[in-house]
Design a protein around this ligand. Structure first.
Ligand code: ATP
Length: 384
């Protein structure tokens, strides 16, 4: 097992915009690190540079403290699981898993021992004589993982390994990968564009945008303290609501009404005429259900509910609002970049399933002021 260190890594294809642009990232020994971001952000390129499938334009890549920039992939002792599994169709499951050991000329009884161990862990014991064509997508995925774990590799690298599976299987495999990684305690780098995978699998998540790191943090920190609009919009489902706001002392005037904020936080907003507030759907509550003792911690406002969606354990209410052009243009661009629906002329509010609010009627909402994020609409930076 080994730590992976990246120092000022750049990847330049031709003379265009760098695909990876000055990335420095330390992945600790045994850590599960997720690389996430929208299509084209450079996450696969970064992974391929760790494995050695892509040359590094500049910067240093260290594995286990050793510089590997000029080391061939086979000499890096890493195990990679690809999206399409890359199984050999003419070989049995047993031989597919054994393949890396055959390459390294491991003695037969050692091969048998390791393949048996891996197939036990992955529950493939009953399928060892089958060919990949006769396996389900999930089983093929496990064979690919088996092949990765029979070798005593320094680290596992995954490139969107679940994206070809249906939603149910994806959920199952996610749990399996997570369990396996904890059990083996092996350094893991996992590329995905799926934020559920990013939030549930990793110890830490590295969010990339246009080849640059935006934030490296635990899933919880990304959710609670996103450093900018991009991370805030990328993490969370349904996504964070962004509303225009004008600061007035300790208040922020928004299309929904005024939000009182802590004077210390308000102090950081001096000099801004127009701000963007970010509020997660789940930071709202139906005001009629909020305990009296907690009301003073937030702001209450009235709004007309356009549509409601009942989900069993909660419900969504959609609230239309008007925003100035400057804000909507920026949000439209951000939505496009995040490949998210352009829902920025309405807010989504997640409330308790027992709430009695109705479509087409006014309702009273309560908002926990401590959970309001404030961004600079020009730079996108989180100001508080
Ligand atoms: P996706 O999720 O779509 O796979 P990604 O975040 O993994 O995207 P990369 O595949 O790393 O992104 O690509 C990053 C950028 O580098 C993109 O703009 C891509 O077009 C470009 N790129 C990738 N491979 C090459 C190549 N071989 N030649 C030229 N440009 C490339």
């Amino acid at each position: 097992m080994a730590a992976i260190e990246m120092k000022n890594i750049v990847k330049q294809y031709g003379d265009g915009f760098p695909a990876v642009n000055d990335v420095s990232l330390d992945i600790a020994d045994g850590e599960f690190m997720i690389l996430v971001g929208p299509s084209g952000c450079g996450k696969s390129t970064l992974l391929r540079m760790i494995v050695g499938l892509e040359d590094i334009t500049s910067g240093d890549m260290l594995i286990g403290g050793k510089r590997v920039n000029d080391l061939a992939p086979r000499d890096r002792n890493l195990s990679m699981v690809f999206q399409n599994y890359a199984l050999y169709p003419h070989m049995t499951v047993y031989e597919n898993i054994a393949f890396p050991l055959r390459l390294s000329k491991t003695p037969d009884d050692e091969v048998r021992r390791r393949v048996t161990e891996a197939s036990d862990v992955l529950e493939l014991k009953d399928h060892l004589e089958r060919k990949p064509a006769n396996l389900s997508g999930g089983q093929r995925q496990r064979v690919a993982m088996g092949r990765a774990i029979v070798r005593q590799a320094e680290a596992f690298l995954f490139d969107e390994p679940l994206s070809n599976l249906d939603a149910k299987l994806r959920g199952q495999m996610r749990t399996e990968i997570s369990r396996l990684q904890r059990r083996l305690g092996i350094t893991t780098v996992y590329v995905t564009h799926d934020q559920t995978e990013a939030m549930t699998l990793g110890d830490r998540v590295c969010v990339l945008r246009k080849g640059k790191i935006q934030q490296v943090a635990s899933p919880r920190e990304l959710y609670e303290q996103p450093v900018n609009l991009f991370v805030a919009g990328f993490i969370g489902s349904p996504p964070m609501n962004f509303l225009p706001a004008v600061p007035k002392g300790n208040r922020l005037e928004t299309p929904f009404g005024d939000i009182e904020i802590d004077p210390a936080r308000a102090g950081k907003l001096a000099g801004h005429d127009l701000l963007m507030v970010g509020i997660r759907p789940e930071s709202f509550e139906d005001a009629t259900l909020v305990e009296e003792s907690k009301r003073h911690l937030g702001s209450t406002f009235r709004a007309r509910v356009d549509v409601t969606e009942w989900l069993g354990d909660s419900q969504f209410a959609y609230i239309p609002y008007e925003a100035p052009e400057a804000i909507t243009t920026q949000l439209r661009d951000l939505s496009r970049e995040l490949d998210a629906e352009d829902l920025r002329t309405q807010a989504i509010v997640s409330i308790d399933s027992t709430s009695r609010m109705r479509e087409g009627r006014e309702a009273e909402f309560w908002l926990d002021s401590r959970k309001v994020h404030v961004f600079d609409p020009e730079t996108g930076e989180n100001l508080t």
